[in-house]
Design a protein around this ligand. Structure first.
Ligand SMILES: [Zn+2]
Length: 370
């Protein structure tokens, strides 16, 4: 019995120390796994429901909850390189029938691989899903608002404003650089061009100028009147720039078409800006001798009627060149409009529908950027 007692005491001690060791091992294992999980989470880059670790390409949605009107969901892809680098956001489809820009970013989603890049590319190919599906130009059919005029948005607003709020929080605030893609809408016969917005911030303006030259479109509109107030930024581009993130806007495509040359111009432009930002390897060759357009003049109709254009997109006109005319519904000309200045026809109305006050054409005046 005595021996048994000693034995069982020794056994109990042994058991006790085994349990203690096991406890310690468990603690260490728990600590390691928690740390690893925390590290994994820290390494994830998340936009909406898309959460990508290094070397991953993940699709998801920015969920816009219902509010005063219906909710929506905005598709987003996060392409995360294995190597560190800046975060570039590529956005299109604020106007859901500017198809070329949307198809260009679909191409980027399909073909840009994490193994190629240093840093992260956020791709938001189609902001205005209802416009796309219902084929409604210019506005979000849910609330009749342009999805590039209500930034930085608000959570208690209509769908466009709620979407703008979430894009500001989830895309703009998480990126270092941004490119917003547009094009001629269903009723706009547009030649490709990009915008260089000067903010007055010398460093930012130098970066955006380099970005717009790297993008490569050979017609560049110089804009100096974009909002400077981050709380009233209106456009996506100025939402980024007023938050310290260099941003440019580029447009290609027209009248509902998806021409290969236009798609390629936008895809190549994004890739070349990625080279400039060192997200992609290789040299970013800037466009040589672009046509700088320092002022844009609008020719609008003063009557309702049927529009007949007399110029094509991209043509040079002199001051006084007839841009187009409007007839009544029986064919009688009731208005004729001319270019107020010499310049490039950036776009001309591409359909016969014409209402008083609406745009017949935009003429870009050639100048030199300051
Ligand atoms: Zn647009």
């Amino acid at each position: 019995m005595k021996n048994d007692g000693v034995y069982s005491l020794a056994l109990r001690k042994l058991r006790g120390s085994v349990v203690q060791i096991l406890r310690r091992v468990l603690c260490v294992l728990l600590f390691i796994s928690t740390t690893m999980l925390a590290q994994t989470n820290a390494a994830k880059f998340t936009v909406g429901t898309a959460s990508a670790g290094p070397g991953e390409k993940v699709n998801g949605f920015i969920e816009v909850p219902a509010g005063a009107d219906a909710g929506t969901r905005i598709p987003v892809t996060v392409i995360r390189g294995s190597k560190p680098g800046p975060v570039l956001a590529l956005v299109s489809g604020a106007h859901g029938t500017e198809y070329t820009s949307i198809i260009a970013l679909e191409h980027v989603i399909q073909h840009l691989e994490p193994s190629e890049i240093s840093g992260t590319v956020i791709v938001v190919p189609l902001v205005n899903l209802e416009s796309f599906h219902q084929k409604v130009p210019h506005v979000n059919p849910v609330d009749r608002k342009s999805m590039n005029r209500f930034y930085p948005g608000k959570l208690d607003g209509t769908q466009t404003e709620r979407a703008a709020y979430l894009i500001t929080k989830d895309v703009v605030e998480k990126c270092d650089y941004l490119i917003d893609l547009h094009g001629g809408d269903l009723d706009e016969s547009l030649r490709p061009y990009s915008y260089w917005s000067k903010t007055g911030d010398v460093k930012m303006d130098a970066t955006t100028k380099a970005m717009v030259l790297a993008f490569g479109l050979d017609h560049i509109i110089v804009v100096t009147d974009r909002p400077r107030d981050p709380d009233a930024s209106r456009y996506l581009e100025s939402t980024a720039s007023t938050r310290g993130k260099p941003a440019i806007t580029a447009e290609a495509g027209y009248s509902g078409t998806v021409e290969t040359d236009d798609v390629n111009a936008l895809v190549a432009g994004c890739a070349n800006v990625m080279r400039y930002l060192k997200i992609l390897p290789g040299d970013a060759k800037p466009v040589e001798n672009p046509v700088w357009l320092t002022k844009v003049d609008t020719v609008s109709s003063d009557v309702d009627g049927i529009f007949y254009p007399l110029v094509k997109r991209g043509t040079y006109v002199e001051a006084g060149t007839k841009v187009g005319y409007v007839t009544d519904y029986f064919g009688k000309t009731i208005s004729e409009k001319s270019a107020p200045v010499a310049g490039v026809v950036l776009y001309v109305c591409g359909v016969p529908s014409m209402k008083k006050g609406e745009l017949m054409a935009n003429i870009g005046e050639v100048g030199k950027p300051e």
